[in-house]
Design a protein around this ligand. Structure first.
Ligand SMILES: Cc1cc2nc3c(=O)[nH]c(=O)nc-3n(C[C@H](O)[C@H](O)[C@H](O)COP(=O)(O)OP(=O)(O)OC[C@H]3O[C@@H](n4cnc5c(N)ncnc54)[C@H](O)[C@@H]3O)c2cc1C
Length: 487
């Protein structure tokens, strides 16, 4: 396996990167089983792509930039959106069974802030279908060595250039010397007490990249989904936005609608409105009684498993940490500021989402960035590695219950200088050894630095958007004053 590219993460991004690298020999490290612990398999709504006759790349680009609240990188947006038809074509080639109209054309769903119906879906279990075909394709590709239950622990770097990766399977620690590592470890929702993400989504990949010296970008921007099922589960099942696309409405405890018809406004606006109801001691429901289990089988099944029948009663919902717009800063080749260290999917910050992700743009981004990282790696011959021995590192543990409490209290939908400063004071002493604490510290610092409200970042002490701050912030491990960094 020496000097083969190593991909960390078996979600849509990592699987697509591995498939696009074939027939080049590649190692795929999956933190769980192949496809396990991956948010990709949980995606409900679908994949945004310009495939409808009334749609255009320009319209999709305009919707994405408008949702991004002034921080999208227009060239990246154009490149990613142009990749949408390729993503759909590739998945269909692998055998994906997406919903169709009676005339055989793809059935397209509508989601918040999209000007057109452009969500390609497989009922309300699109992610499961995407993962089914990608996993089958990976299993059928002999050049990909899959290592399951393999948790990446360290990326070795010399002179700002990747040298290898350390991972653990149970108690067994291994090191693969390599000049190309792809981080595809997904999001960070597991840092919050209320989340729709797998609990393992604590941003370990971002912390590994930061410790390797890579720059992170836009990490203050967290998207909170307004409609997670409020039933006491951790993580919380998602109630897809597609229900509101089909006419479901928010109602309060007395059954009265309260969004003035804006039920499908951008996620940050809706999440704040729902959070305000909870702050006022009320509960919020989604009235979807006109919809059927036939159209939304996964949502109906999740509700019924928790004693709720959406056909007869409004669904109790509350906001939950859902998607991280920020991540490892990458260029158009998905490469970070460290040579040979690539990032794709939710772990990457490409400039597509800006301050707020447009719904269903993330599976699209996962697969386009996976493809782009693979193309960049394939285009260069493996580099000669340094002969400095790679010594086993001893990573520290994360006190997740405590970190989740701190993040939920201070880095949630509404933030303030006082709360963010308190979070930094509590978390930064742990950052030396804990990946979750390191990442949460960097997120809180970035949020403190952004003295305005924009997209997924809302400050009670700076409630307005400041046009002078319409730029991305980047940060790195040197920004954490408590870190002792080896020379
Ligand atoms: C409930 C839900 C619904 C969603 N619905 C949609 C939707 O309809 N449309 C859309 O576009 N997006 C949706 N999203 C977002 C989208 O699913 C994710 O952004 C996308 O799937 C991320 O893909 P990924 O490959 O980057 O990460 P993931 O799919 O999360 O995969 C990450 C992988 O990395 C592994 N990993 C993590 N850390 C390590 C480590 N240290 N070592 C080894 N492996 C590691 C994990 O085990 C996992 O295999 C949804 C998200 C959720 C949670």
């Amino acid at each position: 396996m020496n000097n083969q590219p190593v991909i960390i993460g078996g979600g849509a991004a990592g699987l697509m990167a591995a498939l696009c690298l074939a027939p080049q020999k590649t190692v795929l490290l999956c933190g769980g089983s192949l496809g396990g612990n991956a948010a990709s398999g949980w995606a409900q709504g679908g994949i945004a792509a310009v495939v409808g006759p009334d749609d255009s790349l320009d319209l999709h680009i305009a919707d994405t930039i408008s949702a991004g609240a002034g921080l999208c990188d227009p060239a990246t947006v154009a490149r990613m959106i142009a990749g949408g038809p390729w993503v759909i074509e590739t998945l269909l080639k692998y055998g994906a069974n997406f919903g169709r109209n009676p005339d055989g054309s793809l059935a397209l769903g509508l989601e918040a802030a999209h000007a057109r119906r452009r969500i390609v879906h497989a009922k309300d279990a699109t992610g499961a279908e995407v993962m089914r075909v990608l996993i089958n394709a990976v299993r059928a590709t002999p050049s990909i060595t899959v290592i399951e239950q393999a948790v990446a622990e360290h990326v070795f770097v010399k002179d700002n250039t990747v040298q290898g990766v350390q991972f653990r399977v149970g108690h067994d620690v291994s090191i693969i010397p390599t000049s190309a590592v792809v981080i595809a470890t997904g999001g960070v929702g597991g840092l919050f007490a209320h989340t729709t993400n797998p609990r393992t989504a604590t941003g370990a990949g971002l912390a590994l990249a930061a410790r390797a010296g890579a720059n992170l970008r836009d990490i203050e921007f967290m998207q909170f989904h307004p409609t997670a099922l409020a039933c006491g589960l951790d993580p919380m099942p998602l109630i897809s936005e597609a229900l509101r696309g089909e006419g479901a409405k928010f109602v309060d405890t007395s059954g009265k609608p309260f969004m003035n018809g804006n039920d499908l406004a951008a996620r940050d606006i809706v999440a704040r409105a729902v959070a305000a109801k909870y702050a006022a001691g009320e509960q919020v429901f989604l009235d979807a009684r006109h919809l059927t289990a036939e159209k939304f089988p996964a949502v109906f099944a999740a509700c019924r498993a928790n004693g709720i029948n959406p056909a007869l009663q409004p669904i109790p919902v509350r906001p939950a940490a859902h998607y991280h717009m920020g991540g490892i800063a990458v260029n158009a080749q998905s490469e970070s500021s460290v040579h040979g260290l690539f990032a794709c999917g939710e772990a990457a910050a490409t400039g597509l989402h800006g301050a707020n992700r447009l719904a269903s743009n993330s599976l699209l981004e996962a697969m386009v960035t996976g493809r782009d990282a693979a193309a960049a790696i394939a285009a260069r011959p493996p580099r000669l590695l340094s002969d400095t021995p790679l010594l086993v590192q001893r990573p520290g543990a994360d006190n997740l219950p405590m970190i989740r409490e701190i993040c939920s209290a201070n880095l949630g939908i509404l933030r303030s200088a006082a709360g963010l400063s308190q979070a930094i004071a509590q978390l930064s002493p742990l950052a030396q050894t804990s990946n979750a604490a390191l990442l949460a510290t960097l997120m809180a610092q970035a949020a403190l630095r952004r003295t305005e409200s924009r997209g997924g970042h809302s400050r009670t002490d700076y409630p307005r958007t400041n046009p002078a701050l319409a730029q991305s912030f980047s940060c790195n491990i040197h920004d954490v004053p408590t870190m002792k960094i080896a020379a």
